[in-house]
Design a binder for this molecule. Sequence first.
Ligand code: 3PG
Length: 402
Amino acid sequence: MFETIDDLDDQQRLLMRIDVNAPVDDGEVQDNRRFVRHAETISELLANDHAIALMAHQGRPGRDTFVTLEQHADILADHVGESVEYVPSTYGEEALDAIDDLESGDVILLENVRMTDEELADLTPEEHGETEFVQTLAPEFDAYVNDGYSVAHRAHTSIVGFPQVMDSYAGRVMADEYEYNTSVERREFDGKVTMVLGGTKAEDVIAAMEHLDEKVDQFLLGGIVGHLFQRANGYEIGRDTPEGPGGLYDDNWEANEETIREVIDEYGDRISLPVDVAREDENGERVTDRMESLQGGPDEYMDIGEATIDAYRPHVEESEAVLVKGALGVFEIEEFSYGTRGVLQAVADTDCFSVVGGGDTSRSVEMYDIGTEHFNHLSIAGGAYLKALTGEPLAAIEALEK
Ligand code: 3PG
């Protein structure tokens, strides 16, 4: 087991990893439950007079969500109710100066850790611990806290490197989510277990499907992963086009085609796929095409269609447990929220055991007033939640335990 912030002495200088990786819409970082949950941990630590330097990431290099953390600092400050100073450096001179000035009750947010050379380097945890990033920052602090459960599945420097050389503790979000998700993993259900899989991070979903076949009776697919499975079945969907949104499909397809085909061969009878999908027509209206008569480009579809929702609902209704990971469409746009809402509403209407995870998916529950009280747990994690359900160890937890 690992130590938690309950084991910390007061008035420490803390280096803390959080995960406020968020959707970015036209350059604007979108607030979500991750900020709220981490703000609670930060407030709790401030009440014990700690001084805190936060580390976090946003996006991945090369994506348009790969931006600085300036806006994140403001959003966090709103939730904490205290100023959170953004420092445009992760471990350079500016960062060291700001850390030097840190006093009890102060919070600063260092620059996006993925803008350093080390964070994403392919190193062992021990090697991450020897990087300049870790060796520069570690001596400036009394302890390291990791609250970023939703990024706990990544063996990156800010996650596995610091615990090699510092006293390390799990934050409140890390400890609570870990406990909840591992309890689900160990839980036995007598009746049918259904898993709803969608979202944009197809690689996490497909990797998990390989390991979940003994635990899950029925998979309901949507989002990017639904399109890729239908591409495997020969439909003209799930491909990038030069005029389309770009980069959502072909790389994922190349990396995962073999696994997708294996999964379909092994237990395709337990996988439900979209029978229709929705896109925007030339008048900007939602239009739905049956899978066998697709009219739109292979990357134009943004939601599952009504017939698919009707086909998925009975599976939910007859389940004892429903585990949701990822949205079934672009739910932020009302017209393409039908799939995500329809399935979540079906979950809310039954008294099955339910967990909703997937970075931002739980936001749709609040956005469309589905009622958080109808769900057993709304996880802020996506890939980490899925990995925990497969029973595989999480890199962050292993590092904290060590
Ligand atoms: C997430 O949003 O699921 C985590 O922050 C991990 O992000 P990543 O998939 O880019 O590593």
